[in-house]
Design a protein around this ligand. Sequence first.
Ligand SMILES: CC(C)(COP(=O)(O)OP(=O)(O)OC[C@H]1O[C@@H](n2cnc3c(N)ncnc32)[C@H](O)[C@@H]1OP(=O)(O)O)[C@@H](O)C(=O)NCCC(=O)NCCS
Length: 113
Amino acid sequence: MALHVYPAQRKGELASLFVDPSHENQGIGRKLVHFVEDKARELGLNELITLSTQAFNYFQSKAGFVEGTLDDLPPNRREKYDHSGRNSKVLVKKLNATGPTKRESAPSFTSTS
Ligand SMILES: CC(C)(COP(=O)(O)OP(=O)(O)OC[C@H]1O[C@@H](n2cnc3c(N)ncnc32)[C@H](O)[C@@H]1OP(=O)(O)O)[C@@H](O)C(=O)NCCC(=O)NCCS
C-alpha cells in the first residue's frame, strides 16, 4: 500500500491496497485505509483519492469514499491515467481536521441584566 502526495493540490492518493485472500475479512483493509487517512491528515492534506476497478464497492460501502470524476485527479496524475489504458474509477474522500487542530466554536454569552 502507498500514499502518493500531491502537495500543490493538497491531495493524497491511496494506492495498491491489497490484503491476501487468506487474511480477508479481518478488518485489515479497514486498518490500512485508516492508517493512510491519518498519515494524510498529519501531512495537512484535504482529500484522499484512489483509483480502483476491483475494490470500487469496498471503498464506497466500507471506507467512506464517494465516486469522483477524472477532474478530481491532479493534472500530472490525470496525464498518467490517460496514458495507462486502464479504466479504473476515481473515488474521493474529504478529510476533516480532527483532534487538537480542530478549534472549538466560540462560547456564546447571555446578558443577565
Ligand atoms: C478489498 C480488500 C482490500 C478488502 O480488505 P479486507 O481486509 O478483506 O477488508 P475488511 O476486513 O476491512 O472489510 C471486510 C468487509 O468488506 C467487504 N468487502 C471485501 N471486499 C469487498 C469488495 N471488493 N467489494 C465490496 N465489499 C467488500 C466484506 O464483505 C466485509 O463486509 P462485512 O464487514 O459487511 O462483513 C481486499 O479484499 C483486497 O485486497 N482485494 C483484492 C485487491 C484489490 O481489489 N485491491 C484494491 C486495488 S486499489
